[in-house]
Design a protein around this ligand. Structure first.
Ligand SMILES: [Zn+2]
Length: 563
């Protein structure tokens, strides 16, 4: 997702294992006074402390740190499995909690189902074991299948068979297929190009092949590349499943959709994006098609990218929002190294090294905020792909680029007990996963384990170890506390929960307020909102609770890389 989702706007109007609890030192007589103190802070409205844990679980060797968060100071031991351990020092206030304690049970490595217990509160259940994540990849992939455009395996129906009509020439072109972007019916090639390449690298070849079929059609001649099919006019049309889309782009309700060429110039009939070239999109498409073995098309796209440095952004029509990607050396580097790996040609390797130096570390890392999709896709996978082919000095540079970014994020993360160090901007889960991915790649390149805990705690954030105690992956784990009422047409009008979709995740209240077009109703997470960030588990909140295809694929890739 990227883009402009704002405007993409959603139409304004709709717009114990059996926990063997070893009785710890807290006797009933001690327990009562503590609970009394807590109840003064939070009278009769339920618990005053919460245990936040990764609800899916941990591989045996993973760092394992849950959070005990509270309104009042706490002391004592927590229990998990056979372990009984002091809760440790108060790490101070953060977000909605005045007191936070990091419950480290990394030494627990025995496979099984567990809960953490403190006083009379138990955490959600989770697994420890080599197969803790066994079911998750298929769940993530099921979301991508739900998103398919053209022929959809979930509905069994065809959709958008007239994609699309070239907005420059007025001619019909065949751009059927790909994936619908997030909860929208339009298709963004900015995200699609990334998804194809990352799916392939994650070993999900069947799904990547589905997207590649559309990518091959985006570049019909040496100078043409399409960036978007459909546009934000589809936000005005009644909510529907994909095949029920009655948006009228000027060729009748449910008719052909606009096919927007990337022109390399600011683009849009009313509001203009800030496009400056084609290299970001053309480079990523080239990398994806090189991975898919379509070398002729990949080389042509690479030439197009080199000839037009700069970024291609999505096209706003009704509202002034778009995916404002601003970096492209990473995409040129990715294209060059995938072409080198596919063809063996030395010139591509040399160019990949040059582009790597221009790309450097990911620029967003260490920042508190950035624009919508400004640094997409947030992880430069080309550094990792280039590493085995580079000389020793270049390898050290490449690893250093990851390390520099990770150090900046870690410096921010160490300032709060949840170790959250990434911007809380729209689609914040993308940033979280990008940090974990870079940490895992850095360790695989260097053997240096210094960011292992940063990676694990970022992953844990996604699966529920966050102030809201919510897994940001819809339907995962089964029976868990996950995003249940996502901003998505299938759950709204189709009665089908888009299981496996990663939602955009928490944002600052300021961002959330700016993207609020309808009332959210009763807030079941009201106690956990704060000046740090908000998350609402309701359909109406598309800025925190809308599933995104690129983030879902990034999570799949992360899990495939996790050792
Ligand atoms: Zn469709």
């Amino acid at each position: 997702m990227i883009s402009s989702r704002p405007a993409l706007d959603h139409h304004p109007a709709e717009i114990s294992f059996a926990i063997r609890w070893v009785c710890h030192f807290l006797s009933a007589t001690i327990l009562v006074p503590i609970l009394s103190a807590v109840s003064l802070a939070e009278p009769a409205t339920g618990p005053s402390f919460w245990i936040r844990v990764n609800q899916v679980g941990y591989l045996p060797g993973d760092p394992k740190i849950a959070l005990l968060s509270s309104a009042a100071p706490l002391t004592g031991n927590f229990s998990v499995g056979e372990m009984t351990v002091p809760i440790g020092a108060d790490c101070g206030a953060w977000g909605p909690f005045a007191h936070n304690y990091r419950l480290d049970f990394s030494e627990l490595k025995t496979s099984g189902r567990y809960q953490i217990q403190f006083q009379d509160i138990r955490s959600a259940e989770f697994s420890i074991g080599g197969d803790a994540y066994r079911n998750v990849p298929d769940q993530l992939l099921s979301f991508m299948q739900l998103q398919r455009c053209g022929k959809n395996p979930v509905t069994g129906k065809l959709c958008h068979q007239q994609d699309g009509i070239d907005t420059e020439t007025g001619k019909q072109v065949n751009l059927v297929g790909g994936w619908h972007d997030a909860a929208d019916r339009l298709k963004h090639m900015i995200t699609t190009s990334y998804c194809v390449a990352a799916l392939k690298l994650a070993g999900a070849s069947e799904e990547s092949a589905h997207g590649a079929e559309l990518l091959r059609k985006l570049h019909p001649d040496a100078e043409t590349l399409y960036v978007q099919i459909g546009d934000d006019r589809d936000h005005a049309s009644p909510n529907s499943l994909w095949h029920g889309d009655q948006t009228d782009y000027g060729w009748g309700p449910g008719g052909a959709r606009s096919a927007w060429q990337a022109t390399g110039q600011p683009e849009g009939p009313k509001h203009k994006n800030k496009s400056s070239g084609l290299a970001s999109l053309a480079g990523r498409c080239a990398a994806a098609l090189a991975l898919e073995g379509d070398l002729q098309q990949a080389e042509s796209l690479y030439r197009l990218a080199q000839a037009h440095p700069g970024c291609a952004m999505s096209v706003p029509v009704r509202a002034p929002y778009y995916y404002g990607e601003s970096t492209y050396f990473d995409d040129l580097q990715w294209a060059a190294i995938e072409l080198n790996l596919a063809t063996g040609q030395e010139k591509y390797l040399q160019e990949a090294v040059e582009y790597a130096r221009q790309a450097g570390p990911s620029q967003w890392m260490g920042r508190a905020e950035h624009g919508h999709y400004e640094f997409f896709p947030y992880v430069n996978l080309a550094h990792w792909r280039l590493y085995p082919k580079a000389d020793r000095a270049t390898q050290q540079q490449l690893a250093g680029y990851y390390r520099q970014g990770l150090e900046r994020v870690e410096a921010r993360a160490r300032k709060n007990p949840y170790r959250h160090g990434t911007p809380l901007v729209w689609c914040s889960t993308n940033d979280v996963i990008a940090v974990a991915t870079q940490a895992v790649l850095y360790e695989s390149m260097t053997g240096d384990t210094q960011f292992r805990s940063l990676a694990a705690e970022a992953r844990d954030w996604v699966f529920g170890r966050n102030p809201w105690g919510v897994s940001f992956v819809i339907g995962v784990p089964v029976g868990g506390e996950f995003a249940k009422d996502p901003h998505h047409p299938f759950s709204k009008v189709g009665g089908i929960l888009p299981v496996g979709g990663l939602v955009d995740g928490p944002v600052t209240k300021q961002i959330n307020d700016s993207l609020k077009y309808s009332a959210f109703g009763e807030d079941r997470y009201a106690r956990f909102q704060s000046d740090v960030a908000v998350y609402h588990g309701v359909y109406e909140d598309f800025s925190t609770n809308e599933p995104i295809i690129d983030g879902t694929v990034s999570l799949l890739l992360l899990l495939s890389l996790w050792k």
